[in-house]
Design a protein around this ligand. Structure first.
Ligand code: HEC
Length: 99
């Protein structure tokens, strides 16, 4: 809505802006598998419970940041390994001299 006409950007939000704001279900994207997702997730939850780790907002933010960085590195490394495997297979098929 328009707050005041003296603000140059004052006005209703555009659809693109509203779409960016809507991240409903973001918590559920992880918490559908917490505490009982796959074996690794439930193991981590049990370990956190046994170690009596309280997850406050700061800890939660740290966990999320770690998940992001870990996920990004795993995908980059797996991609690089797959690229190397493809190059190795191509080398073996087309470039290596046959005896
Ligand atoms: C990237 C994945 C991810 C997202 C997104 C996420 N969480 Fe979490 N959350 C976790 C993990 C991992 C834990 C730790 C689970 C454990 O070991 O018990 C956790 C723990 C929690 C806990 C503590 C649970 C407990 O037993 O003490 C609360 C509360 C929580 N999250 C709320 C939220 C809310 C609210 C949102 C959305 C605003 C959210 N989470 C989004 C991954 C996520």
């Amino acid at each position: 809505m328009t707050v005041g006409h003296h603000w140059s950007l004052s006005g209703p939000l555009s659809k693109a802006q509203r779409d960016k704001l809507d991240r409903s279900g973001v918590c559920f994207s992880c918490h559908q598998d917490i505490p009982q997702g796959n074996l690794a997730v439930s193991a981590m939850t049990h370990i956190a419970q046994m170690a009596e780790i309280t997850i406050d907002t700061r800890k939660h933010t740290d966990i999320l940041n770690k998940i992001l960085n870990l996920g990004a590195w795993v995908q980059v490394i797996v991609g690089m390994i797959m690229g190397i495997v493809v190059m190795l297979v191509m080398y073996r098929l087309f470039f290596r001299k046959k005896r």
